[in-house]
Design a protein around this ligand. Structure first.
Ligand code: CO8
Length: 243
């Protein structure tokens, strides 16, 4: 599956909806046992949640958007398929969450590409299921420090901290992805699926049980004047950096 939503594969409501439908189609296709998620946009895997969906919109819109973010994560994190992220570009915040939710992460060996949960840099807070997905990959200490600092790590550091599993020269990504997928698919599906579910069920159940409360938390947090101001300033900063 190749993300292709120029300019930066930001996770808008439309993007998330289409992503979920595509995942569901593959999930229901008995012939499909694994999915490789990558980007068709050079240098960018995904720029994370579309910030414009969180700025100057109605409470109803925030709720609808957040439900779509939850849905994407619930589907991806609980997928029965082997999920492999091939991170061929930068992957901040929600982009990093997509990668962290897969079973295995291969990143292009390019120190210009960064990855991490940088929410704190935007003046916002990663919700518990972002945080716990991160903890489940890198452990408490790395997650605690990285989340507080909103760190975006260049690929070599991301490997050092266990955010990604392997670095590969960009031109070898596809070859490597095929080899890794073959390795994972060599196991009997049922044993792998039950093991995956055992590792992830507690966190998945927690979001399912607290889904409405999580939406309420998001809508009231994001609609605060101070948070709206932070997000606007961040968008301005991106524009200035560009010019
Ligand atoms: N959402 C919306 N628009 C974006 C986003 C985004 N996430 N990222 C970039 N854009 C826009 C830029 O504003 C710019 O727009 P325009 O052309 O109109 O000026 C355009 O995309 C291109 O961006 P750049 O010029 O910056 O492109 P580069 O190739 O130089 O850089 C990057 C690409 C590295 C992806 C860079 O754009 C970047 O760092 N973007 C910001 C990424 C980011 O911080 N995302 C965090 C989003 S928040 C999130 O995912 C989790 C939130 C959890 C919620 C918590 C509860 C409140």
């Amino acid at each position: 599956m190749k993300f292709k939503s120029p300019p930066v594969n930001s996770l808008s409501l439309d993007f998330l909806t289409e992503f979920c439908i595509s995942l569901e189609k593959l999930e229901n296709d008995r012939a499909c046992r694994g999915v490789v998620i990558t980007s068709a946009i050079p240098k960018i895997f995904s720029s994370g949640l579309d910030i414009t969906e969180m700025c100057g919109k109605s409470m109803e819109h925030y709720a609808e958007f957040w439900r779509a973010v939850q849905e994407m994560w619930l589907r991806l994190y609980s997928s029965n398929m082997v999920t492999l992220a091939v991170i061929n570009g930068s992957s901040p915040a929600g982009g990093c969450l997509v990668a962290l939710s897969c079973d295995y992460r291969i990143m292009a060996e390019n120190p210009k590409y960064t990855i991490g949960l940088n929410e704190a840099q935007l003046g916002i807070v990663a919700p518990f299921w972002f945080k716990d997905t991160f903890v489940n990959v890198v452990g408490q200490r790395v997650a605690e420090r990285s989340l507080q600092l909103g760190s975006l790590y260049p690929a070599p550091e991301a490997l050092k901290f266990g955010i990604v599993d392997e670095l590969v020269p960009e031109e070898k990504l596809q070859e490597k992805a095929t080899a890794v997928m073959a390795q994972w698919l060599a196991l009997p599906d049922h044993a792998r699926q039950i093991t995956k579910s055992m590792m992830r069920k507690t966190l998945l159940d927690r979001l399912v049980a607290h889904r409405e409360e999580d939406i309420k938390n998001f809508t009231s947090f994001v609609s605060k004047e101070s948070i709206q101001k932070s997000l606007h300033m961040y968008m301005e900063m991106l524009k200035k950096k560009k010019s």
